[in-house]
Design a protein around this ligand. Sequence first.
Ligand code: GAR
Length: 209
Amino acid sequence: MKRVAILISGGGSNMVALADSMTGDHPARPVLVLSNVAEAGGIAKAEARGIDADVVDHRPFGRDRAAFEAALNDRLAEALPDILCLAGFMRILTPAFTEAWAGRMLNIHPSLLPKYPGLHTHDRALAAGDAEAGCTVHEVTSDLDQGPILGQARVPVLPGDDADQLAARVLTAEHQLYPRVLRRFAEGNRSPLYLLEGGEAPNTSGRCD
Ligand code: GAR
């Protein structure tokens, strides 16, 4: 059984989707939810599920990212995870951290990477007039949002969408995609999974763009 730690900063809806998927014959179980924000709504959701939850606040460390990450690693060492899932974790990680977890750390990003790495993805998709948007699960490397793609889900951009409406549609797709990708990853399958809204893409092995 693989042990999964989930890192969050906010509401934790992706954490919930992941945690709730790890039951029955699933090859992984959640062992820790770790937040860098004490007020993160996801903490109570983890505790309500009986998952060990904790906070490592980044603020006392100021600009010393290495010290913050050492504190993260200390807490992770107690939980001994095999896999680390970033789920709305809004801190940039240093190469030392990403290299230490290379091949074992996933992230979900709210765009169809390589389009729109970084922040404000929905505003940027709308400003570009894109007809579709989506989300990507990828392995985390030292290049922000550039690691190998493990899965993508697409949704349409609808006439009159604002960023909040588009974000909500993408978030629903995130909740479909991330648990499926995690399961495959825990089984040792790193080939990318491509989902269309409402189903699987006909070509599940091709590139996305
Ligand atoms: C999700 O949309 C996730 O893709 C995004 O934050 C949201 C977290 O929601 N992550 C990033 O932007 C990472 N760069 P959640 O807390 O409800 O899962």
